[in-house]
Ligand binder design. Structure first.
Ligand SMILES: [Zn+2]
Length: 118
């Protein structure tokens, strides 16, 4: 459900970056495996929110970032998935720190130069 506010954030960021320089044609997103964001929902909201803006019709290219964690006890780093493991596979400690896969970020924004000489 919170795809809506997240998508609004992505749109704002993209429009900011475009600065009226041209039309936004594509946005590369990195979505962590541990987030519950659904790719289709993000694109769906984006299409609605982007209507009438420079980002109208932009394509969202979404990549999944693998999730990883590091043990606060022994320093062992490992891949994780949801649900998270209860403890470190090396020492059993529950002091785990998630080091990747829990965020969504904009990697790059593709802007088409609106200045085509017409
Ligand atoms: Zn450990």
């Amino acid at each position: 459900m919170h795809e809506l506010s997240v998508t609004q954030g992505i749109l704002n960021l993209a429009l900011d970056a475009a600065h009226g320089a041209g039309r936004i044609v594509a946005i590369d997103l990195m979505v962590g495996e541990l987030t519950s964001f659904v790719d289709d929902s993000i694109q769906f909201y984006f299409d609605i929110l982007g209507k009438g803006t420079a980002a109208e019709g932009a394509l969202l290219r979404i990549r999944r970032e693998p999730a990883s964690a590091v043990c606060g006890q022994c320093g062992h780093a490992f891949r994780v998935g949801a649900p998270l493991p209860p403890g470190c596979p090396a020492c059993g400690s529950s002091h785990l720190r998630i080091t990747g896969g829990s965020a969504l970020r904009v990697e790059s924004i593709e802007i088409e130069d609106g200045d085509s000489g017409r």
